[in-house]
Design a protein around this ligand. Structure first.
Ligand code: ZN
Length: 158
């Protein structure tokens, strides 16, 4: 296992569409392990493979001590109810902004054993799922922000 370098905004790879994983081989397992280490070290909520320079449809999430690995994730349903809340990204350091996301989403994906599962998420989990799946489509949250937040103001609120 290893910590990988996180690609930052401005790198073309973040704007490219990731390819579907056709076969879960040793390289994908190593990628998952490394992404977990990288996310842990960065103390992040989520990480998508293109953020470590790999254009594969792989995402890891860590929210409140729950950890998920998603291979080829797809949003299969989303609530009409939207929530406008603050978002950030490990590839866009030092910035936060308000983005509207569905309150709940259901995602279908495969785990590292190739088993298909469905994940229902609301609030932060729904937001993180949408954010990471956007990465797989070459989309960054900064293009969806309604208003950026001054990081100094954020710290004062805490
Ligand atoms: Zn991100």
């Amino acid at each position: 296992m290893a910590i990988r370098n996180i690609v930052k905004i401005g790198d073309e790879i973040l704007t490219k569409r990731s390819r579907k994983v056709e076969k879960i081989d040793d390289r994908i397992i190593t990628l998952l392990d490394d992404m977990k280490d990288t996310l842990d070290k960065a103390k992040g909520v989520g990480l998508a493979a293109p953020q470590v320079g790999v254009l594969k449809r792989v995402v890891v999430l860590n929210i409140e001590d729950n950890y998920w690995e998603l291979i080829n994730p797809e949003i299969i349903s989303a609530s009409e109810e939207m929530v406008n809340d603050i978002e950030g990204c490990l590839s866009v350091p030092g910035k936060w902004g308000y983005v509207e996301r569905p309150k709940t989403v259901t995602v279908r994906a495969k785990d590292r054993n190739g088993e298909t599962f469905e994940l229902n998420g609301s609030d932060l989990l729904a937001r993180a799922l949408c954010h990471e799946i956007d990465h797989l489509n070459g989309e960054l949250y900064v293009d969806k922000v309604s208003e950026f937040v001054d990081p100094d103001e954020l710290e004062e609120d805490e």
